[in-house]
Design a protein around this ligand. Structure first.
Ligand SMILES: [Zn+2]
Length: 56
C-alpha cells in the first residue's frame, strides 16, 4: 500500500516495497506495482523519486 508522509514543504507518497517516495500518488502506485511484479525497481520510475530513505 502506498503510504503518505510529510516531508519538508509538503508530502510524499512512499512505495512500501522499495521505500522511495514520489510527489504524486499515481507514480508511487506505479512503482509499487512494478516492484511487486518484477522484484526490482524500474529506473524509469525511480528517477522521478523525490524522497530517499536513509538506508540509500
Ligand atoms: Zn518501489
Amino acid at each position: 500500500m502506498v503510504r503518505r508522509i510529510e516531508v519538508d514543504g509538503g508530502s510524499a507518497y512512499i512505495c512500501e516495497i522499495c521505500g522511495l517516495g514520489y510527489a504524486d500518488e499515481e507514480t508511487a502506485r506505479e512503482c509499487e506495482k512494478f516492484c511487486s511484479t518484477h522484484g526490482a525497481c524500474s529506473l524509469e520510475i525511480t528517477r522521478r523519486a523525490v524522497y530517499f530513505p536513509k538506508r540509500f
